[in-house]
Design a protein around this ligand. Structure first.
Ligand code: SAH
Length: 220
């Protein structure tokens, strides 16, 4: 990738974006705030220039290092599930990847911490946030499976790579009443889960089937 910040062409026009919004509505995304945040976030700058013309299709796309930018429907759905009970101040995202989900969320919360284990992806994401003048995002290069204890508790946590089960360290970094949305499972056998921290543990809701890259340990 030579230049991560490219301007796009006709294929990235307002009309193309508006079609994506209509599609997300048809797929059941109800939150106007979430749809507005997606409308305001140019997805084509989060993918390689060669893929820019496909950026407003409702599909996951490769971002290098064997990783993918999530499908817009999934980004919208997870964001909606996280924010359903009302506005959140501080959110932790595990798996910055391209930074697209981070950018969408940054428009809806006061401050977002996002962690990524692949340094090169984090570097590209940082440049995109600068380009978009998104200033409430704090990035860390680390293994997010342990969360970010120094900045906890969080009102919300969103995980964009799948652990096999619910990571206890992350639940412990939610404030009581706080919510975490994450995929759990192995390979194609994954389900989206919403966890709500209670005074003495947590409750979980199993939602739809999803496919994410696995949550891995260590950093590169
Ligand atoms: N929300 C991102 C999704 C990227 S894919 C987007 O839409 O672009 C998931 C990302 O999680 C990958 O970039 C992967 O490197 C990262 N990841 C996987 N395991 C991780 C871990 N333990 N800690 C931090 N990041 C992790």
């Amino acid at each position: 990738m030579i230049n991560p910040i490219h301007r796009g062409s006709g294929m990235t026009s307002e009309r193309t974006r508006e079609r994506l919004i209509s599609r997300l509505r048809a797929e059941g995304i109800r939150s106007r705030a979430v749809l507005d945040a997606i409308r305001a976030t140019p997805r084509h700058i989060f993918v390689d220039e060669a893929l820019a013309s496909r950026a407003y299709e409702d599909t996951a796309l490769p971002i290098g290092h064997g990783q993918t930018i999530s499908q817009p429907y999934i980004v919208a759905r997870m964001t909606e599930l996280l924010l359903e009970a009302g506005p959140l101040e501080t959110v932790l995202e595990v798996g910055t990847g391209s930074g697209y989900q981070t950018a969408v969320l940054s428009r809806l919360v006061k401050r977002i911490y996002s962690v990524e284990r692949i340094a090169e992806l984090q570097k590209l994401a940082r440049r995109r946030f600068q380009e978009l003048a998104l200033r409430n995002i704090r990035l860390r290069h680390c293994d997010g499976g342990m969360g970010l204890p120094d900045y906890s508790p969080f009102d919300g946590i969103l995980v964009t790579a799948a652990p096999e089960g619910i990571p206890r360290a992350l639940v412990e970094q939610l404030r009581p009443g706080g919510r975490m949305v994450l995929p759990i499972g192995i390979g194609q056998d994954q389900v989206l889960v919403r966890v709500t921290r209670t005074s003495d543990g947590y409750e979980k809701e199993l939602l739809e089937r999803v496919v994410f890259v696995p949550l891995l340990g260590g950093t590169v």
